[in-house]
Design a protein around this ligand. Sequence first.
Ligand code: ATP
Ligand code: MG
Length: 445
Amino acid sequence: MKYFKINIPEYVQLIINKLNENGYEAYVVGGCVRDSILQKIPMDWDITTSAEPCQVKHLFSQTYDTGIMHGTVTVLMDGKACEVTTFRVDGAYQKHRKPAQVSFTDNIIEDLKRRDFTMNAIAYHPDIGFVDPFNGNADIENKIIRCVGTAADRFEEDALRMLRAVRFACQLDFDIEPDTYNAICNKARLIAAVSKERIREELNKILLSDKPEKLIYLSETGLMPHIMEELEACFRTQQNHPYHAYSVGMHTIKAIESAEKDIVLRWAMLLHDIGKPLCRTTDDKGIDHFYGHGEKSVEIAYKILKRFKFDNKTISRIIRLIKWHDRPIEAHPRAVRKAVVTVGEDIFLDLLKVKEADIKAQNASFMNERMKRLAQIREIYFDIKESGQCLSIKDLAVNGRDLILLGIPEGERIGMVLHKLLDTVIENPKMNTKEILLDIAKKYV
Ligand code: ATP
Ligand code: MG
């Protein structure tokens, strides 16, 4: 590790040089150093410096105040943005989240001390090398997430760090060091102090990570009941049924893993069976059933998505995917056309992806046959599209105007007739001609 050199982009190097030339210390720090050591490409580069914000602003022509209260100024260099934060010590924390006040220091070690994990508390300067007082390099090598200082105290200060630990475990495929892990277990309830939006952002990162299955840590540490108690219930709900091989919770995790990395799809998988714990019945042969779980899941998922303050468009898409995730579709053109019209064409292909992920997370012995059917359905759908068959009212060979000219009174009745005509055409695409449809419409005059 001694000889390891980080490849710092030119615009970042220019900022460091300028700070140094003017007598200030400056290092790259945090996520960009961690990711570079892991040989991942950093998303963004942060600089930490002994210069105070006003001095940073004085040195660079293009800056804006990002978090001036916390010492952060964004510097624009060659059109690229870089956050430059003054070495700081955090004051007392409020309500297990942010420090009310911070004070500046000229000591880099003091600054690194306030950071959450050893892997995130490494600074680097091209001439000096690593400043790594907590052995973050070794923890990165051993794939370990460890708090800087006493874990329990660090989580008391800022409860979000517990969720960040789990999120990094998912993103980096690291393990949480036992003391840090136990402290999460002991302090889990404090997560309730963190805003729903911040929790949502971490959950999004967990869901989109390479190892979403590690979200089981949320349940194992006791964080889950304070984040989403409805999901916690899924981990306690077994499914004794030939189609299933896992508890609802484990099935949910497998289903997330099997879905592509898309926020709507992964939230749909997270919540698709969330109603199951409330719908479980066991028949006299000992087989579990979950009648009506689709509707129950929709009801609970809606509450959860609202609670996490998702926008309405995202909520609507996720909810519709959950609502229809169990709708049977036969591999037959008419059935596929009907399904498209019922669920909405805008989500149809996503629905097939949801079904695929769901199947992959069930008993493997039924998988091949069910996957084959899904592939057929997808093919039939593409054939339907290619042949230009009608799938919505706007594709009908007649429109509202035509019906009015025919003598059908304006208003609701027009909509009703158009829907009837659509049903007809879905049954039999050949009927989609103006002549035939006007002939059918005549009886509604
Ligand atoms: P990424 O940006 O990839 O999610 P990151 O490590 O850069 O990961 P940021 O949230 O961008 O995370 O924070 C930058 C750095 O600030 C972290 O590496 C860490 O040193 C420090 N940090 C961020 N949040 C906290 C926190 N809640 N408590 C203590 N230090 C933190
Ligand atoms: Mg970052």
